[in-house]
Write a protein that binds this ligand. Structure first.
Ligand code: GLA
Length: 730
């Protein structure tokens, strides 16, 4: 609910459990007043105190009032060069050469439903689902208007923000920084939580106190990256899963980004998040506009679990798009780890046949089916079937797979090219490269200049020919290197600072075209595993391959970290063979199944090599997944332990709406002789319901299971796992 107090110029955004307030002050600066637990119908500006602070300048309007300084006031969108020395949200290079920005309130308006951004991903909401407030700030000297969009999704405690700049002057201005989010706190006794890692180990949680000065994470790789995720949290020092104030900030962007927190001299904190300023400079001609990507904030006064559950529900309903918000996605088998590049049509059909027999519904043909692609040094860019491997082409292969009762999916890496390809030989100037400098390779490949429409059109035409040649239900859209040598032949020297961002806009453009032309094709995002796992991609690709690491034990950490923001239905997760391809570990098949099942489930192994007993188990896993699909994907998700804190077991739980059903998942660590007896305290159940344990028949009250806990069985061997399905009875 948006509440306006026009007389006092106060804007209050209420969600079910939270309140966000801003107020225009006596000098027309938009101050950030409050964000936290819901407080109804109050002017909270008394919370903001100011007094004279040496070396903090006073704006001209303040005259002799030395108590007022932008340097210490909490602001809604911080400026630069005119008195606030903390993290800026906006930096402009004005025609005279100065780097300043100064913003004052001009007005507001309301819009029905959730605002939409042109060419960028965003949450969506109809009139009865979301509200929009637009607050207008202006820099009268620069003649720049800053439109600040707020989307309020009350039921989800979700507030989205986006920024649009308009050059209202007659001269060209350069935008050197335009953050998507600025969030000021009048305290600094806070922790910062970030999700970090590398290829094969993404989104590991790191937590530490906000310290004096600036701390930041980000990416200058042109992708959101394996190294840091564009989702961060700020919380009370003692906040945990069930208690304490926490704030999530998610940037819906798939390119270079920065999330920085500054704890300033008077122990205030500021979080600024947006496109990374490295090599970013956008030329804004008169009447030109620039839109910064969206951010989505969820505040939870009751700990991390509640915040995550709100994100999960909001992402499912308002970020993913029809038909993949709630429709059950097929269980898939992918041939990559089974064959790598070494396959032919018979081999693929064999895998598909085995899979169909086990209840698997979609066969995905991974890398190696096109051009001269027999290893990873050639073929990218030539999206035509390799007739040596697949003599009958897709026209012959796809019907064979479909005759088995399966859908067919295909791997593509549209943004890339190998030098050994017809595309590169014909268009060597279509890549990102700096004149006079030989470009760096990554995985032996170069990056196509997706900021250029002609390049994108050519790739799209090739993709369309493939998609129209057979009945294809799924695309794995891969992207296997970071961007370097970022320079485009399509832009003049003075506009090269736009290429990183235009590249991302180009990727979104192509994905949107695919979505419009083939709305029923399920696209799974991938970037060497989870190198581009972000809210921007999720708008176009409702599931993303979580990591190239398929080891179930490593996956516990990766999926745990990912779950803080992103719902399980978005996390591509597969059962693979043992010893694991990435780390050589042996884990039981049950453990691999249970871990992958809390994701967009599939298999990635040569099923023909499985024993009859293994096949029986796989059939059973697939049945269990299908049976509990709604509970796993629509249920409330509870983390019961952290793999970063306790390696003896990792547990998580899904609880249905109405609390009638729950699925508890437990993966034990390395075995020890005579281990201690443990109980696991469950969450989210109804204390007065009686729950029966499936397969055992024992009955416990919800209160008992949450207070004293469920006794964990002792199983021999390393990394055993089990699921407990609970159903309310009586
Ligand atoms: C990336 C993906 C893998 C696989 C290979 C194929 O590494 O993450 O799943 O598709 O590419 O080359």
């Amino acid at each position: 609910m948006i509440v306006l107090d026009q007389e006092n110029k106060i804007f209050t955004l209420h969600t079910q459990n939270t309140t966000y307030q801003m107020k225009v002050d006596q000098y027309h600066v938009l101050e950030h007043i409050y964000y936290g637990a819901r407080i109804d119908n109050r002017d909270l500006s008394g919370l903001i105190k100011c007094g004279e602070r040496s070396f903090s300048p006073n704006p001209d309007e303040a005259g002799r009032n030395r108590d007022y300084s932008l340097d210490v006031m909490p602001q809604e969108y911080s400026t630069c060069g005119v008195g606030d020395f903390r993290l800026p949200s906006i930096e402009l290079e004005l025609p005279g050469g100065s780097h300043t920005a100064d913003l004052r309130y001009e007005g507001f308006h309301l819009e029905k439903g959730k605002y939409k951004l042109v060419g960028l991903p965003g949450f969506h909401g109809m009139e009865n689902e979301a509200e929009t407030l637009v607050v207008l700030l202006k820099d009268s000297a620069a003649r720049i208007a800053v439109e600040m969009y707020y989307g309020v999704f009350e039921d989800f405690d979700l507030i989205t923000r986006a920024i649009r700049l308009v050059n209202e002057g007659t001269e060209t201005i350069r935008v050197c920084r335009c953050a998507s989010l600025c969030l000021d706190f009048t305290r600094s006794d806070l922790d910062l939580i970030t999700f970090n890692g590398h290829h094969l180990m993404e989104r590991c949680l790191d937590r530490g106190p906000v310290r004096p000065g600036i701390q930041s994470v980000g990416s200058v790789r042109g992708i959101s990256s394996h190294q840091h995720n564009p989702f961060v949290m700020i919380c009370d020092h003692d906040a945990d899963e069930d208690r304490g104030m926490c704030y999530g900030a998610m940037l819906l962007y798939s390119g270079s980004f920065e999330a920085a927190v500054e704890c300033s001299q008077y122990e205030n904190s500021r979080l600024v998040m947006g496109i990374h300023p490295y090599h970013f400079c956008w030329t804004l001609e008169p009447a030109g506009t620039f839109t910064a990507p969206e951010t989505a904030m969820v505040c939870s006064p009751d700990g991390f679990g509640q915040m995550s559950r709100q994100y999960h529900k909001a992402i499912r309903k308002h970020l993913l798009r029809d038909p993949y918000q709630y429709e059950r996605k097929p269980v898939l088998v992918n041939n990559w780890e089974a064959t790598y590049f070494d396959f032919d049509a018979d081999k693929l059909v064999d895998i598909a046949r085995e899979a169909a027999d086990l209840g698997i519904e979609l066969f995905v043909m991974d890398d190696g089916w096109f051009g001269s692609r027999n290893d990873d040094n050639s073929g990218l860019g030539d999206w035509q079937v390799n007739r040596e491997k697949l003599p009958g082409g897709l026209e012959a292969l796809v019907p064979c797979v479909k005759d088995l009762g399966m859908k067919f999916g295909i791997w593509m890496e549209p943004e890339m090219v190998n030098e050994d390809s017809d595309l590169y030989r014909a268009h060597p100037d279509w890549i990102l490269r700096v004149p006079g400098r030989a470009p760096s390779r990554g995985r032996g490949q170069l990056v196509l200049d997706f900021s250029r429409k002609d390049v994108r059109d050519h790739i799209y035409d090739q993709m369309k020919a493939v998609l129209d040649s057979a009945d294809i239900s799924y695309i794995k859209w891969d992207m296997n290197r970071s961007l370097t040598d970022v320079w485009s032949a399509g832009l003049p020297a003075g506009r090269q600072g736009e290429v990183y961002h235009r590249y991302v806009l180009g990727v979104y453009d192509l994905l949107e075209r695919l979505h419009c032309d083939y709305p029923y094709i399920l696209i799974e995002g991938c970037c060497g595993g989870g190198g581009r796992f972000d809210g921007g991609m999720l708008y176009y690709t409702p599931q993303i391959w979580c990591s190239d690491d398929t080891d179930a034990i490593d996956r516990l950490r990766i999926q745990y970290g990912t779950s803080f923001c992103y719902p399980v239905c978005t996390m591509g997760a597969h059962v693979s063979a043992v010893p694991n391809e990435q780390n050589g570990r042996f884990t039981p098949l049950e453990t691999r199944g249970i871990t992958a099942m809390s994701g967009a489930f599939g298999y990635e192994m040569d099923l023909g090599k499985c024993t009859e007993e293994e096949k029986r188990k796989i059939r059973c896993q697939v049945e269990t997944y299908k049976k509990h699909y709604n509970l796993i994907h629509d249920g409330d998700y509870y983390r019961l332990s952290s793999p970063f804190q306790d390696s003896s077991y990792t547990a998580w739980e899904q609880v249905s709406a109405g609390q009638k059903e729950a699925l508890v998942n437990v993966v034990m660590g390395c075995t020890h002789s005579a281990p201690p007896f443990r109980t696991l305290r469950l969450k989210g159940l109804n204390p007065s319901f009686q729950y029966q344990v499936d397969g055992i028949g024992e009955t416990y009250s919800g209160g008992e299971l949450m207070k004293s806990g469920y006794p964990l069985p002792q199983i021999r061997g390393d990394y055993p796992a089990f699921q407990i399905y609970l159903k309310a009875v009586g």
